[in-house]
Ligand binder design. Structure first.
Ligand code: UDP
Length: 311
């Protein structure tokens, strides 16, 4: 019997890649999305496969007919400008949506995986970030709606694990990039790519000395599936430990595209983390996972995609 997977947020950037890879690995996939930030164009090529789609807001009761083996809860606005514009839906999907998705997993006896985030570490005072670090989050700042929703989601997930015995997994996802990111989603890589491909100024926030570590989408999906199939219940960081400044990634994208764009500096958003790099010892030892795609290789594929989108 083929295993059946429910993915909330299946029409999003990561959700759609997860759906596609699980179909490739012979799973049946049921995708759910309310299309708030997702796009059916990301999943339109999956409809001739063992894939079905339900347009639904998972903050409301989720009804799925028949057996379910895995519930992957990916639904949420995930880019800073999205959650600034959608603060209440972000809080609701992290809290109420996680509750509904966990309820589905419990009712079906399914494994549950929650998409958590490096944002649970906030503006981290420990570097690199290990899963044992509790974080430095401003609950009342503009990013608090996302950070605290995901922290609540982790707490709810552990409660379902401890109290109801649901087999749960928590993946803390670090900055990820690749095809199907929205051109205007405001995150650094798509923002810089759309700017260079239009020969516009590249907007670096602050002085560009803040750091991030960028993971290519296929590496992330491989890590998520390894975690999904593992016996692990405690959080696992999945991210590329190669750390660079935002100015460096902007310069790399300008050079690779041969663009004449210049960097311009804009104010740093409130509570923008100054540094971020995952410690991936747990992913390495428990899952045998580490990233394989070099930055240049991933950027080439992403630029190819964005070239098709820039009019
Ligand atoms: N950033 C930037 N210019 C942009 C978009 C983002 O300099 O046009 C910076 C942002 O301030 C942050 C980093 O790039 O320091 C990564 O931002 P992103 O929105 O991709 O995600 P974050 O890691 O902050 O969640």
């Amino acid at each position: 019997m083929k295993k059946r997977v429910v993915i909330t947020g299946a029409a999003g950037f990561i959700g759609s890649h997860l759906a596609e890879t699980l179909l490739d690995r012979d799973y049946t996939v049921i995708g759910i999305d309310n299309l708030l930030t997702g796009d059916t164009a990301n999943i339109s090529h999956l409809h001739n496969r063992d894939f079905s789609f339900i347009k639904h807001d998972v903050t409301n009761y989720i009804y799925i007919d028949g057996p379910v083996d895995f519930v992957l809860h990916w639904a949420s606005p995930a880019s800073p400008i999205d959650y600034l514009e959608l603060p209440i839906p972000t809080l609701k999907v992290g809290a109420l949506g996680t509750h509904k998705a966990l309820g589905l997993a419990k009712a079906k006896g399914a494994r549950f995986v929650i998409a958590s985030t490096s944002e649970v570490y906030g503006d981290p005072l420990e570097h690199p970030q290990k899963e044992t670090y509790w974080g430095n989050v401003n609950p009342v700042g503009p990013r608090g709606v996302y950070d605290e929703a995901k922290r609540f989601a982790e707490a709810m997930t552990m409660a379902y694990h401890r109290y109801h015995g649901v087999d749960t997994k928590i993946v803390r996802i670090f900055n990820t990039y690749g095809p199907r990111m929205r051109l205007n989603d405001g995150r650094a890589v798509p923002a810089f790519m759309s700017q260079v491909l239009r020969n516009q100024d590249v907007t670096v926030f602050g002085d560009g000395s803040q750091t991030r570590s960028f993971t290519y989408i296929t590496d992330l999906v491989d890590g998520i599936i390894r975690l999904m199939l593992s016996a692990e219940n405690d959080p696992v960081n999945i991210g590329n430990p190669v750390e660079m400044t935002i100015k460096q990634i902007a310069e790399t994208i300008i050079t690779m595209t041969g663009s004449s764009s210049k960097i311009v500096y804009r104010p740093l958003p409130t509570d923008d983390p100054k540094q971020r790099r995952p410690d991936i010892t747990r992913a390495r030892t428990l899952l045998g996972w580490e990233p394989k795609v070099q930055l240049e290789e991933g950027l080439v594929k992403t630029i190819e995609y964005f070239r098709t989108k820039v009019g």
